[in-house]
Design a protein around this ligand. Structure first.
Ligand code: FAD
Length: 285
């Protein structure tokens, strides 16, 4: 291993320059679903983040990719990233093994408003791998369950074998979170709902003015989830969506992730619905 690639001892360098990656070690790799793995990394010194933020992961010779942090903010020694094999960078990351070095810049971006909505009902709505950036929020709510009202995770995937973090659903339910799951196509073992995420909201009659919705997934899914929640009495002001856009510098300079008048890397990825609604959806609510 070249010195350039060798992980520097945690705590021996400053992470103050947001352009410079810190090299950390891959601790563990967990296969999740087809083409999706979770990479647990040693956290740089004094690393902390808010649920919903992302890092830029870097491999020399391949480049950088924006990847959300998918672990709990309360376990700062290691940070997880759940990654779908997509292209050049993610393919190179999939070739790593425990002990491999990887460059990391971050954390970047806005976060789920977990502190703002203490005492409120919370609907966490995810589609596909969109559950990954929401998992830190779920873990945070779970660890502080008494601070929130009714809490539900509504989640949909293409098929049962595409459900992320399936082994955690029982743990979330045990902590007093309602977990509603649907798939587009069932299999011989599936006895749950078949359909799209927004329809699950109908099973939550408590959604109303004192409910906040945090959603990540395909934009069509977020659109109809937000519409459904608003129809059931939630205010658009309390609906938050996380957007993905092609990202390069993550510092608001390059403009690759421009969305309407905003840069997703700086003002997003988590936006209050009214801020992005004019650029995201054609019709009004
Ligand atoms: C804020 C934010 C958070 C994110 N969080 C996550 C996360 O938690 N997990 C995750 O997996 N991803 C996440 N992403 C998405 C991730 O950054 C992108 O998928 C990234 O582009 C992957 O880099 P890559 O080099 O592997 O793929 P790229 O090469 O950039 O490819 C990206 C897409 O382009 C397609 N593509 C690539 N090459 C070609 C080609 N030659 N011809 C046609 N199509 C092509 C691929 O099929 C793929 O869908 C996030 C993005 C943002 C902005």
């Amino acid at each position: 291993m070249s010195d350039q690639l060798r992980p520097r001892a945690v705590g021996t360098e400053s992470t103050a320059d947001p352009w410079l990656p810190t090299f950390v070690e891959v601790i563990r790799i967990e296969p999740e679903i087809r083409k999706v793995r979770t990479f647990e990394l040693a956290a740089p010194a004094d690393f902390s983040f808010r649920p919903g933020q992302f890092n830029m992961l870097y491999l020399p010779g391949y480049g950088e990719a924006a990847i959300s942090i998918s672990s709990s903010p309360d376990t700062p020694a290691s940070i997880a990233h759940t990654i779908r094999l997509a292209g050049n960078v993610t393919r190179a990351i999939f070739s790593l093994e425990p002990g491999s070095p990887i460059g990391l810049r971050g954390p970047f971006g806005s976060h789920w408003p977990v502190d703002t909505y203490r005492g409120w009902n919370v609907v966490i709505a995810a589609g596909g791998i969109g559950l990954a950036p929401l998992r830190p929020a779920i873990e945070h709510v779970m660890a502080n369950r008494e601070l929130y009202g009714r809490v539900a995770v509504v989640y949909g995937a293409r098929s049962p074998k595409d459900l992320l973090y399936r082994a955690s659903f029982a743990k979330w339910e045990h902590a007093g979170i309602e977990v509603l799951v649907t798939v587009d196509f069932g299999d011989d073992h599936w006895s749950g709902p078949i359909g799209v995420v927004p329809t699950l909201l109908e099973q939550l009659p408590w959604i109303g003015a004192h409910t906040t919705v945090w959603s990540c997934g395909p934009e069509i899914m977020m659109r109809f989830t937000a519409q459904r929640a608003v129809a059931q009495g939630a205010s658009p002001d309390h609906v938050y969506l996380s957007l993905e856009r092609n990202m390069n510098c993550a510092l608001g300079f390059c403009g690759h992730c421009q969305f309407g008048p905003t840069f997703v890397c700086k003002e997003g990825p988590v936006y209050p619905l009214p801020r992005i609604q004019p650029f995201l959806f054609v019709e009004d609510f």
